[in-house]
Design a protein. Structure first.
Length: 318
């Protein structure tokens, strides 16, 4: 394969079937988003937000405009990569208590990192971003949590890829499972899959103790989900919510690495944990699809900090 631009490599990620020793359980397939540039699903939406902003005349290449976003995570990496590939300067605002390693990754792709005072609240980086945008007319705030390009990237791309893979083998998707971060993945993919599999269930994942659909959240350790309910989330479209503990997410995160050779992140562990629970309820000859939003490389300490996996291996906590 020869390409001219790294963004040509966005999408087309593989689905892998999860090994399951439970007799009579439904099949579980995981879409491995680490194979996107930047190693996560967020590069999809970063690229899509920029392309759509260009189509609407909001962004123009080589115009001196600056893309700004309050993020220190995977969306920031995706924007930094897309900005570098398309010729935009990118500014990312992160709380000043973020790790140096995370900030260095953003800088490695050419992004400028501005720090906010984390003592001003959990949304200090959002506050700082709004202040900067108000003072600089050439700064364009794409706002992943309020940008329709987010779910549309998954509707037109991620969801379409899953349909193509299943139709190729004359198979159907009976349930789509995903954690709710921004809600773009669950809604975008879920709605697209229903255009081909009308009876399919859309299942959301939340940390134990949270009630996402009623906007009730508690502190938890599953990064990337269970923090906000955005305008993307159409609660009427969701058939079921599954609550997953940190320990369950950690178990399946380690299971995928040690039993299948696939390194995934903690939110992916939660997605698989929920899918495996659902698999027992649904029974055989049915198919569940979920996503692994990123690689486990950013969570490597969670694979080696204790022997929890070995203790639970013989008696699965599903």
């Amino acid at each position: 394969m020869i390409i001219d631009n790294i963004l040509e490599f966005v999408g087309g990620t593989p689905l892998i079937k999860v090994k399951n020793n439970k007799m009579g359980a439904a099949n579980v397939y995981v879409k491995l988003e680490e194979y996107n540039p930047g190693g996560s699903i967020k590069t999809r939406i970063a690229f899509q937000m920029i392309l759509d902003a260009e189509k609407k005349g909001i962004l123009e290449r080589n115009s001196g405009q600056v893309i700004i976003e309050p993020t220190g995570g995977n969306t920031g990496i995706g924007l930094a990569i897309a900005g570098a590939a398309l010729g935009y300067n990118v500014v990312l605002v992160t709380p000043d208590n973020y790790s140096e390693e995370k900030k260095d990754v953003l800088k490695a792709f050419g992004a400028k990192v501005i720090l906010s005072d984390h003592t001003k609240g959990n949304d200090s980086h959002v506050q700082k971003t709004n202040e900067i945008v108000d003072e600089n007319s050439n700064y364009i705030y794409l706002n992943q949590f309020n940008n329709i390009s987010n779910p549309e990237a998954h509707y037109f791309q991620t969801g379409e890829e899953i349909i193509s893979d299943f139709v190729q083998y004359q198979n159907v998707v009976d349930a789509f499972v995903a954690g709710i971060g921004s809600g773009g993945t669950l809604m975008g993919v879920g709605k697209k899959l229903r255009t081909s599999f009308s009876e399919m269930n859309i299942v959301g994942v939340q940390p134990t103790g949270c009630d996402t659909l009623n906007e009730e959240f508690i502190p938890h350790k599953i990064q990337g989900i269970g923090a906000v309910l955005t305008s993307f989330v159409d609660t009427k479209q969701i058939d079921k919510m599954v609550s997953i503990s940190y320990e369950e997410a950690l178990y399946w995160m380690r299971y995928m690495a040690r039993e299948m050779g696939v390194l995934i992140g903690i939110s992916a562990g939660a997605n698989i944990a929920a899918s495996m629970k659902l698999a027992e309820e649904m029974g055989g000859n049915q198919n569940i699809v979920t996503v692994a939003p990123d690689s486990g490389r950013s969570y490597i300490d969670l694979f080696i900090t204790d022997n929890h996996f070995e203790k639970e291996k013989s008696t699965s906590i599903v």
